[in-house]
Ligand binder design. Structure first.
Ligand SMILES: [Cu+2]
Length: 494
């Protein structure tokens, strides 16, 4: 049974779903590929807005979630959400091992919280969906980080509201620094550029609009306007030297195939959880929602006054969202400078987790209710199409119990599925052991610590995880529509 037949079985054709109905009804007449054809075509902007750089703050800085006015498109200030009245919140920069306290105030009209995505923090500081901060209330997050230098991020995590709150503007970066990383003398200061890539749908007034239809919940809510660091189509002047680009895919559902418009290769030096053991030279790279990648891009051979775009190149395997090549940000090579950067002779050694040391292998069938998710989920409503082992999220249920300090293999099986699922674990970092089916190999940026791994249709991905924090955490698909639809489970470490 394919998904269309499944939807018919559920009686979707006869159910009024508001704005989604005509789309859905239309889909009924087409095949699966057509059903996925809801990724809007990207409308590229003019690349005349200067790239905003987020304010950098230290430990102790406070955060406030609230409504703000922000111009995604120049000249069109409109209502959005944000931390500290900004579409991208401040970038925290914190030294490994230093105690961190971040006072948080919820100035929204609804509950929210903060999840520190990629930071291994105590369970009661992790922004579990149970730990909500009511409207008007405050909470002080505090933790001490003992993990490699990396670029993490923070965003809300209230169940069924995460997609909307992130999409409307609540997100920010969190960089962990260490002496080991500084010793490498990577490009820093103005030569280190954090970039958050998102896609939005905007109202005529320029405000982000979040109202996914049923088919859009199926594949993820995608926009037609690319937003980098909070604005559409920015440019940034660069010198003829090597830049460190630290990228987050902060989109709800869209995957990007990152590449340079001149076709040049670039080096991947890090991923979600820190540096790779060695640089990897690639000419493109798939980055899924929630994933980060640390790149070195060499502009030293670019002609003066030339333009180089970071773009998303067309890619296959995920339906319409991969069918288009579009530009993300324009780099204008506007000055000639000697490039002092030398690729380090070696990178800090990576502590490799050994599959031989694992206590257990857990298998998770991921997908929608009819594909590879462990059977029927017995739904009474249209919600909960996306499942893990046939289950949707239940706050009161512990789905997996894990022994503290144990090492396990977790296997995400999307072999029967037809949608990509970036799987994310809270409370730990992991290493990718292998991938079978689909792309059938480890990607360049999967050779270091990760917290989110892209499992494409037909793929099974195995990760090795050590559980060093006790308490209750969630793991879930980081396609935020899938997550809010229930593709999330609890696990408890004790
Ligand atoms: Cu998913």
């Amino acid at each position: 049974m394919n998904r269309i037949e499944f939807l018919k079985t559920l009686g979707f054709g006869a159910v009024a779903v508001g704005a989604g109905q005509s789309l859905l009804t239309g889909c009924m007449n087409h095949d699966m590929a057509e059903m996925s054809a809801v990724a809007p075509t990207i409308q590229e902007g003019a690349f005349t807005t200067p790239l905003p750089l987020m304010k950098t703050v230290a430990e102790g800085a406070s955060l406030k979630a609230g409504t703000q006015t922000h111009a995604i498109v120049p000249g069109k200030p409109a209502s959005a959400l944000g931390y500290n009245d900004s579409m991208m919140g401040p970038t925290f920069r914190v030294e490994r091992g230093v105690p961190v306290t971040i006072p948080f105030t919820n100035s929204l009209t609804e509950e929210t919280n903060i999840h520190w995505h990629g930071l291994v923090v105590p369970a009661n500081m992790d922004g579990h969906p149970d730990q909500l901060v009511k409207a008007g209330q405050s909470f002080a997050y505090s933790f001490t980080l003992d993990q490699p230098a990396a670029m993490a991020w923070y965003h809300p995590h209230p169940h069924m509201q995460t997609g909307k709150q992130v999409y409307m503007g609540l997100a920010g970066l969190f960089i962990v620094d260490s002496p080991e990383e500084r010793a490498l003398k990577l490009p820093s200061g103005e030569f280190e550029l954090p970039l958050v890539i998102q896609d939005k749908r905007l109202s005529a007034a320029g405000a982000p609009v979040y109202n996914p239809t049923m088919p859009e919940i199926m594949v993820g809510y995608m926009g037609d306007t690319i937003v980098v660091n909070g604005v559409n189509a920015p440019f940034h002047p660069v010198a003829t030297r090597t830049y460190r680009l630290r990228l987050l895919n902060g989109s709800n559902g869209r995957i990007y195939n990152l590449a340079l418009s001149n076709g040049d290769a670039f080096h991947v030096i890090g991923s979600d959880g820190g540096l790779l053991p060695a640089p990897e030279r690639v000419s493109s790279l798939l980055l899924a929602p929630g994933e980060r990648v640390d790149l070195l891009v060499d502009f030293s051979k670019a002609a003066l006054n030339s333009e180089v775009f970071l773009q998303s190149s067309a890619f296959s395997g995920v339906g319409s969202q991969g069918s288009q090549t579009f530009k993300l940000v324009k780099f204008m090579v506007n000055r000639s400078e000697a490039d002092p950067f030398k690729m380090p002779a070696s990178f800090p050694a990576l502590t490799t987790l050994s599959p031989a040391s694992t206590a257990k292998t857990r298998k998770f069938a991921i997908g929608d209710a009819m594909h590879g998710a462990g059977g029927h989920s017995n739904k009474k409503s249209m919600a909960g199409m996306h499942t893990i082992n046939g289950k949707t999220y239940d706050a009161a249920r512990i789905d997996e119990s894990v022994a503290l300090n144990s090492t396990e293999i977790w296997e995400f099986d999307n072999s029967m599925g037809d949608e990509p699922h970036p799987m994310h674990l809270h409370g730990t970092l992991f290493q990718v052991v292998g991938r079978s089916g689909g792309r059938d190999s480890l990607m360049a940026h999967e050779k270091g610590w990760k917290d989110t791994v892209l499992v494409m249709p037909k793929e099974t991905v195995r990760v090795i995880v050590r559980f060093q924090r006790s308490g209750k955490f969630v793991f879930h698909c980081h396609n935020l529509e899938h997550e809010d639809d229930g593709m999330m489970l609890n696990y408890e470490v004790k």
